[in-house]
Write a protein that binds this ligand. Structure first.
Ligand code: HEM
Length: 150
């Protein structure tokens, strides 16, 4: 084996190592990112909430419920709530879910309709399946505090 071929072997080995370490690093970086960051931060969440609320407003199954609601305030609360729940740098100053929805007699069907309107918005913005699933998993447990009617 000549000195040159040993050197070539070392160089090739070094390049392979650098590529492997680089790939592992990139994977770790994306795996370690918060859902908030993977969704694209506050501006992306605001865009999703805007479209979500527009979908609810057009949804005759549930839009009547929001007839007297201050929509600008509601959007702000929803953005802060999603931002906080996904690990973003926000504070949710709205009321808790039980107090907010108490006495509205919201049904399973109403809840399902609202989730459909949210999914439609997430699909409009082509939010990937993993992030969509994680966000819905965060909202799912709130159902027991929101739904009162069968
Ligand atoms: C996971 C599901 C839901 C979430 C995360 C959610 C979240 C919220 C938030 C953050 C607010 C504002 C709280 C505040 O004003 O302090 C709110 C208000 C409201 N929610 Fe929900 N909500 C959900 C489901 C529903 C459903 C299914 C309905 C009925 C179809 C509904 C009807 C309302 C109404 C009418 C208001 C406005 C109350 C007002 O005008 O003061 N929500 N919701």
């Amino acid at each position: 084996m000549t000195k040159q071929s040993v050197l070539r072997g070392w160089v090739a080995g070094f390049i392979v190592m650098v590529v492997l370490v680089g790939c592992a690093g990139t994977e770790q970086m994306s795996a370690g990112k918060s859902l908030y960051d993977r969704l694209g931060g506050k501006s992306s969440i605001s865009a999703v909430v805007d479209q979500f609320v527009a979908n609810v407003a057009a949804d005759t199954r549930i839009n009547g419920r929001f007839a007297t609601t201050d929509i600008r305030k509601l959007k702000g609360h929803l953005v802060d709530q999603i931002c906080t729940a996904t690990g973003g740098p926000c504070t949710y100053n709205g009321r808790d879910m039980k107090t907010t929805h108490a006495g509205m007699k919201i049904s399973n069907g109403d809840f399902g309709a609202l989730v459909e309107d949210l999914v439609k918005s997430l699909d409009t913005f082509k939010v990937p399946g993993r992030e969509k699933g994680e966000l819905l998993d965060l909202l799912g447990p709130m159902k027991k505090d929101i739904v009162e009617a069968p």
